[in-house]
Design a protein around this ligand. Structure first.
Ligand code: DC
Length: 434
């Protein structure tokens, strides 16, 4: 895992990254220390940070190594470990100036990348998300107002016995921000895919919690994405195969678009959701609820998941099913529901009773209803028997006649969609099944 934390000086990158590293048990890499060590070396050798040629020449002679001992970063400059001497305001300015020299950045590039190649790291700096680790799993751009940052830096310097004032720190900081963000190479800017975290009004602890929240969210999003790509591919394969085997003929799929909706179907068998799912193109995400037990069956679980199954925990009561369906439709997905409430094999749907549930789902989620009729000869699935899956036009929410909810309104809406379903299948009350 690679986590990149970039941002201006004094935003609290290092203490945040250190705390996150501890929590996630990964290595914290402070890249600023590398630039500081070079700045320090220049100063020690009487080289002006503004003398670009001299700084470049200096790189030939300097021996700089970054080692991790007991999980702690140590920088060896000419064989000895550097300490707090690189943390003074004077060295900060040296570091900022030498860091603008492209040769200096190239000189340090491999040292930084190497450590991330072989370890899980959280690395802080200015160009980690943009240049050093462009493929980092999570990128955060940590920032705060000038004043908030200067205040924190002042407290830090005073605590270390460095005598300075707020005004000096603020002026230095602004100068350094300007150098770091306006330089030609690897300026300190937010990567397009980084999450901005402004911690001006946060305590150190709150910033850490906010960063961890971002990291967890980003990692979960990526996992979901990889998973959903897998299922989209599986859906493509499985759907084609099932359509072929069950002789499924979809009609009117152009009536179904992504977005929250209740797809209402007549109910003949458990196979209904399957034939509906395989009829829809793979870019349309459709959900149906399946009992938790089904997800425990080894081969079936990935299959139904690929087709859009959503695990229904705690039994499969009507109330639970309706609640979950509302949630799914509200979140912008299409959920399949059955106005009849249960299966009626071999019966003319126009002659069966209906329940109010789908009306309630549409009302609560404020979504349209899409009628679909699963038509099989004799309303019974059979070997080599063609299955027509006919999708009708969505009935917009505004046309479902809702005012303030309640069972009468739910019933009316359910009846409206159900009569459409029967119409699509050519089912008429009292007629013999064909
Ligand atoms: O993060 P810091 O304040 O310790 O960094 C010191 C200087 O080094 C900073 O002014 C800019 C530079 N730097 C950089 O250019 N790129 C990095 N990845 C880290 C630091």
């Amino acid at each position: 895992m690679k986590i990149a934390i970039d941002g201006p000086s004094g935003a609290g990158k290092s203490s945040l990254a250190r705390a996150v590293a501890k929590k996630l048990q990964i290595i914290y890499v402070d890249t600023g220390a590398l630039y500081r060590s070079l700045g320090y070396y220049a100063k020690e050798h009487g080289i002006s940070a503004d003398d670009t040629a001299a700084v470049i020449a200096m790189l030939q002679n300097v021996s700089l190594e970054m080692k991790f001992e007991g999980g702690e970063q140590h920088i060896y400059l000419d064989g000895r470990i550097v300490g707090d001497e690189i943390r003074t305001p004077e060295i900060s300015m040296y570091a900022s100036k030498v860091s603008a020299i492209p040769e200096v950045r190239t000189f340090l590039l491999e040292t930084q990348r190497q450590i991330a190649r072989t370890n899980d790291v959280i690395m802080d700096g200015r160009d980690i998300g943009t240049v050093i680790l462009p493929d980092a799993n999570v990128k955060i751009f940590l920032t705060a107002s000038d004043e908030a940052r200067a205040k924190r830096r002042l407290a830090e310097l005073l605590a270390r016995g460095i005598d300075t004032t707020f005004e000096d720190v603020l002026t230095d900081m602004r100068q350094r921000d300007k150098n770091d963000s306006s330089r030609a190479v690897a300026p300190a800017v937010q990567a397009p895919d980084a999450t901005l975290l402004d911690n001006s009004d946060m305590t150190a602890e709150e910033s850490v919690l906010a960063a961890i929240d971002i990291i967890q969210r980003k990692l979960a999003e990526k996992k979901k994405k990889t998973k959903s790509t897998f299922y989209t591919r599986l859906h493509f394969l499985v759907a084609g195969l099932i359509r072929f085997i069950l002789r499924v003929k979809p009609v009117g799929i152009e009536n179904v678009q992504n977005g929250g909706a209740v797809l209402c179907s007549n109910h003949i068998s458990f196979a209904d959701v399957i034939v509906i799912a395989v009829s829809l193109p793979r870019n349309i995400r459709m959900r149906f609820l399946a009992k938790a037990e089904l997800f425990k069956i080894p081969l079936l679980a990935p299959l139904i998941r690929a087709l859009g199954a959503y695990r229904l925990d705690r039994g499969g009561s009507d109330v639970g099913t309706i609640k979950k369906s509302i949630e799914i439709a509200k979140s912008g997905e299409i959920v399949v529901a059955f106005p009849q409430g249960h299966r009626y094999t071999g019966q003319n749907p126009a002659d069966t009773p209906i329940k109010n549930g789908v009306g309630m789902i549409a009302y609560r989620a404020k979504v349209p209803m899409i009628p679909v009729c699963v038509k099989v000869k004799g309303a019974k699935y059979g070997l080599f028997r063609r299955v027509n899956v006919i999708f009708g036009q969505p009935i917009p929410y505004a046309e479902l006649g809702f005012q303030k909810g309640g069972s009468d309104e739910y019933r009316n809406a359910t009846e409206q969609v159900f009569s459409k379903i029967c119409e699509l299948g050519g089912y008429v009350k009292g007629e013999e099944l064909k």
